[in-house]
Ligand binder design. Structure first.
Ligand code: XIL
Length: 771
């Protein structure tokens, strides 16, 4: 493991340089697209390609663009024969060239005044249902097919819900085809581009009444397996009337049914327009004269608008697991549709003024977007992500989501016999450390759910130690058939295996039967290790060979050895392990002038001679050691020995502070390429590996271009700071607490590719509970 990481140092340095350059150009995350935990979008006047003056603002702030009008049915196809793709083509070409993602808008607009009349006609008679649906199909096939690969998201049906008593809006669509037209539109779009994200879009659908209609419609669509992936809430709001509570109810309801949300057309009108439609349109003549802010928007209105935008974004952030995108409707005030709709007036509804300069609302929104997340909330998110994506069906934590090695791969050693870079590289190492944290989580919450999760991980560890006939062999994880594994394990896998089981068996979670099985396994593994002189056994083609051990003179070896002896004593109750522990404490490991007890007090800086890069990138391999040392310090009864342990813990914590402080270097908005997560592509070279040296040589041949920079980026700016935070938290020293919490709160856990953010939970559950 260490060898592979050392090899990576060059890559890390290159990234370091790149990150420095980028952040000096843009400053720290200061634009919407950088700071948003969702895609930052904007609806754009169709002629954006002819307005270079708008481009810098656009590309700095936004990643997604919706053409305001040119893809609507009326624009694309005013008559059946007259396809008009010119504007739309230019728009898409422009967006693609600027690396902006396009939201196609919209395939069916379920409103008569927005649907060209020919759709509903068949010669001189009204079209039949078959004719209308066939037209819709060919329209969708033509449009979606044309932009396949260049438009990944479509507003498929727009504004189909009724504002009054009816469920669905009266339109030719409904009259001729019935509700079926909605589901069909999604089916046709899905058939035309199976990978496109398909959206149902509407206005006021967050309001009481219309919300229920929408939920009922979604339920009916879902019952028919309709391919619908998100709901669009247009978000055309008015100042002083933003419906926060109803909006929140809607977000809760959509979260509950697992539906993603996009806020698709956000603005806050400062010249409220609601009355335009009130009382049978009676006020229109009067309202058409209202135009109060021709010479600019008064500062007090701008301040109120800013405050209301802030409250809105505070709410959005609370639901950032549901919200996939927030798009404003138009780039700046001068381009807002609300200057014309529903009557002409000088409006100021957006974040940027007519010169494209940020308004108070922009600063208010940025403040909300960059405010630190409450650590407890960040932890819940990290926790959910870990269980959603990384804990496998056996209860073993995977490195990342990727193709599993087959029995054949494991037998041959592909990508290499150590399993480096495969998704099952670090099962016991991650699972054991994580279980240690999960037992504490379960203790705090007392819930069955958390206890079951801990049980699952314990079963995962048991599994790793049950797939080989070599006594004491602990597999790194299991491949596609649920038992094949790489032949080489390691000390880094073995020690956390003890750590996790010790935490689990020390809790009240295991049943008596479970306890019996686990304790028997611990006895078996410990006895085997003892018989090997605490070296870690291999399996398969490497049977009889060992990889790493615990009797060495390094701080890491010493702590882990002592801890495993004592943990085995605690788990089995067999006194011989306590004797061995006591004896080991006073011994000097080979090549060492100090006893183990003395070495414990020196902390990980003692290991710099053999791992010079601890502070640059290797704290992740010290988290387990620190956790073991903390356990020892907690149970040791001899005050002198305990003092040595405490010294070591404190030295490590101080040593880890600078690394933990680098968490801010991780840019959540960085869309860095993870590669295909395809180790076959990233490790195209293979040769048979009769020796460990050959296996290591092969493991170091990686095509970094194919693998992509993300793994290194995350290892450097996520894994390392969070592991350092865990080292600090595990030390038990309260002064590190604020830093640990800041680091935990920094990451957007939904966007990470590598499992090692479980270190955030290791850190969090190591901090003492506050009352
Ligand atoms: C608006 C455009 O902004 C205007 O330019 C056009 O005249 C009318 O349509 N809901 C939608 C958008 O789904 O397509 C509408 O856009 C605004 C309301």
């Amino acid at each position: 493991m260490f060898g592979g990481q050392a090899f990576d140092a060059g890559m890390t340095r290159a990234w370091f340089a790149l990150v420095l350059t980028l952040s000096s150009v843009f400053g720290s995350a200061q634009t919407l697209r950088q700071a948003s935990p969702w895609a930052a979008g904007v609806g754009l006047a169709d002629r954006i390609a002819d307005h270079p003056a708008d481009w810098p603002l656009l590309t700095a702030q936004f990643s997604h663009v919706t053409p305001e009008n040119c893809m609507k049915p009326a624009a694309l196809r005013p008559t059946e024969q007259a396809w008009n793709f010119e504007q739309a083509d230019r728009f898409v070409a422009f967006a693609n060239a600027k690396d902006l993602k396009v939201v196609g808008h919209c395939l069916v607009w379920a409103k008569d005044d927005r649907t060209p009349a020919w759709f509903y006609q068949d010669g001189t008679t009204p079209a039949s249902k078959e004719v209308l649906l066939a037209r819709m199909k060919s329209h969708i096939e033509t449009v979606v097919g044309r932009y396949k690969g260049r438009i990944a998201t479509w507003d498929v049906v727009n504004e189909a819900l009724d504002d009054g008593k009816a469920e669905l809006r009266d339109s030719g669509w409904l009259r001729i085809a019935g509700e079926e037209f909605i589901g069909r539109a999604f089916e046709y779009a899905h058939a035309a581009d199976p990978s496109a994200q398909l959206i149902y879009n509407d206005y006021n659908n967050e309001l009481d009444g219309k919300r229920e209609k929408m939920l009922a419609l979604l339920a009916r669509l879902k019952a028919r397996n309709t391919p619908i992936h998100a709901v669009g809430l247009q978000g055309h709001y008015e100042i002083d009337r933003v419906p926060y509570e109803q909006l929140e109810k809607t977000l809760v309801a959509l979260r509950a049914i697992g539906m993603k949300v996009v806020v698709s057309e956000l603005d806050i009108d400062v010249i409220p327009r609601g009355r335009w439609w009130a009382d049978n349109n009676r006020h229109r003549a009067e309202m058409a004269k209202v135009n109060p802010y021709v010479d600019g928007c008064p500062p007090e209105i701008l301040a109120r608008q800013a405050e209301q935008y802030a409250q809105l974004f505070r709410l959005f952030r609370k639901y950032d697991d549901v919200i996939a995108r927030v798009s404003f409707w138009n780039l700046h005030d001068g381009q807002s549709w609300l200057n014309d709709f529903p009557w002409k007036r000088v409006n100021h509804p957006l974040l940027f003024d007519r010169q494209g300069k940020p308004k108070p609302a922009f600063d208010a929104v940025m403040k909300e977007l960059t405010a630190a997340v409450a650590p407890s909330r960040a932890i819940e998110k990290a926790h959910a992500e870990t269980w959603r994506r990384f804990v496998d069906e056996h209860g073993i934590v995977r490195d990342y989501v990727g193709e599993l090695p087959t029995p054949e791969d494991c037998r041959l050693g592909k990508p290499n016999a150590i399993g480096w870079w495969s998704p099952i590289e670090n099962g016991p190492m991650f699972t054991g450390m994580y279980l240690n944290a999960m037992v504490e989580r379960a203790r705090r919450s007392g819930t069955t759910v958390d206890k079951e999760k801990a049980r699952k991980l314990a079963q995962g560890l048991l599994k790793c130690a049950s797939v080989s006939d070599v006594p004491g062999f602990v597999a790194r994880g299991v491949g596609s058939d649920g038992k094949c594994h790489y032949p080489l394990s390691s000390d880094d896998q073995m020690h956390p295996w003890f750590l996790g089981l010790q935490a689990y068996l020390g809790s009240d979670i295991p049943t008596a039967d479970e306890r019996k099985v686990l304790v028997a396994k611990v006895r078996e593994v410990a006895a085997a290790l003892e018989s090997y002189g605490w070296k870690v056994p291999c399996d398969g083609a490497f049977k009889g060979d060992f990889r790493g051990g615990f009797k060495g003179e390094h701080f890491r070896d010493v702590v882990r050895y002592l801890h495993m002896l004592h943990a085995t004593y605690e788990m089995t109750g067999d006194a011989v392990w306590l004797e061995r522990y006591r004896k080991a404490l006073g011994e000097k490991p080979e090549k060492s002038a100090e006893t183990r007890q003395e070495i414990c007090a020196l902390g990980c800086p003692r290991d710099l001679t053999f791992i010079p890069t601890i502070q640059k990138g290797q704290f992740w391999i010290y988290v387990g050691t620190q956790a073991g040392l903390a356990r020892l310090a907690a149970v040791e009864t001899d005050p002198v020995v305990q003092a040595a342990y405490r010294k070591g813990l404190a030295v490590n914590a101080a040593f880890a502070v600078p690394a933990a402080e680098t968490y801010g270097r991780f840019d959540n908005a960085d869309q860095g390429f993870f590669g295909t997560a395809d180790w076959r592509a990233a490790n195209p070279t293979w040769f048979p590996q009769p020796t460990q040296a050959e296996a290591e040589r092969l493991a170091k041949i990686v095509d970094y271009k194919k693998r992509g920079p993300r793994k290194n980026y995350e290892a450097t700016w996520m894994r390392h700071p969070l592991a350092a935070a865990a080292v600090i938290a595990l030390s038990g020293d309260a002064t590190g607490r604020p830093l640990v919490l800041q680091a935990i709160g920094h990451y957007d856990y939904a966007k990470l590719n590598m499992a090692e953010f479980f270190f955030a939970e290791c850190a969090y559950y190591a901090l003492p509970e506050t009352k």
